[in-house]
Design a protein around this ligand. Structure first.
Ligand code: SF4
Length: 222
């Protein structure tokens, strides 16, 4: 059992099924504008931005896509240039070779199998080269069709501290959260935890004294 979970288990709070509603409501009130930080104006731009965001910051991706999206407007555009040119254009996001390869592979499949349109179903999105479950979840949720819950480092840490899961593996954490979080909140739930994780429940030293859900959290130090 994870140490964080052991610590949590020592404190008494209501069962997670009773806590989840007020946790969501209070975080939603605290962060009414919590949403994806990546900028995009179409399904295609959203997919590309999320694919580029692996291992880098959203600010960095937004900086790159500001000019990228002026040059690459359709899936065909990513295949019309030599691979090295695309690599140069996304260089600043890091891992540019793998990302360029994934982008080209995805654009090819989108053109050949999806009529040039970004699919909305999770099982279709994960078929695209270089698109893992996390990327697919983010894209599906932003397209208004969440079919899972995005588990990144913040969602994982906060879910454990709040004793919403005792799992370590992101897929198993997602499974726990899907059972717990009402479906209509699947899309915004990760954004709320991410915002709270960046501002208050920070990794090294959570600011429990200023946390709006500290009475609902078994890991609270106040
Ligand atoms: S800041 Fe403290 S009280 Fe709030 S969720 Fe994190 S560990 Fe719990």
């Amino acid at each position: 059992m994870a140490r964080s979970y052991l610590n949590e288990a020592r404190r008494r709070v209501a069962p997670k099924r009773e806590r989840i509603r007020p946790i969501i409501d209070r975080l939603a009130a605290a962060y009414p504008d919590a949403k994806i930080a990546l900028e995009s104006r179409s399904d295609l731009e959203l997919l590309v931005a999320v694919m580029l965001s692996a291992q880098t910051t959203d600010v960095n991706v937004n900086h790159v896509t500001e000019t990228l999206f002026q040059k690459y407007r359709r899936p065909e555009d990513y295949l019309a240039v030599p691979p090295e040119e695309l690599e140069r254009d996304i260089f600043a996001t890091g891992f540019y070779r793998q990302k360029a390869k994934a982008l080209r592979g995805s654009m090819k499949m989108i053109l050949e199998e999806y009529d040039g349109r970004v699919p909305h179903q999770l099982d279709e999105l994960v078929r695209l080269p270089g698109v893992g479950r996390k990327t697919a979840n983010v894209v599906a949720a932003e397209l208004g069709n969440p079919q899972g819950i995005v588990v990144d480092t913040h969602v994982r840490r906060l879910s454990q501290r709040l004793a919403l899961t005792r799992q370590e593996d992101p897929v198993k954490i997602e499974r726990d959260l899907i059972r717990l979080v009402p479906r209509e909140d699947w899309g915004r739930f990760p954004h709320l935890l991410i915002r709270h994780g960046r501002r208050v429940c920070i990794a090294r030293l959570p600011r429990c004294e200023e946390c709006v859900i500290n009475d609902l959290c078994p890991s609270s130090r106040v």
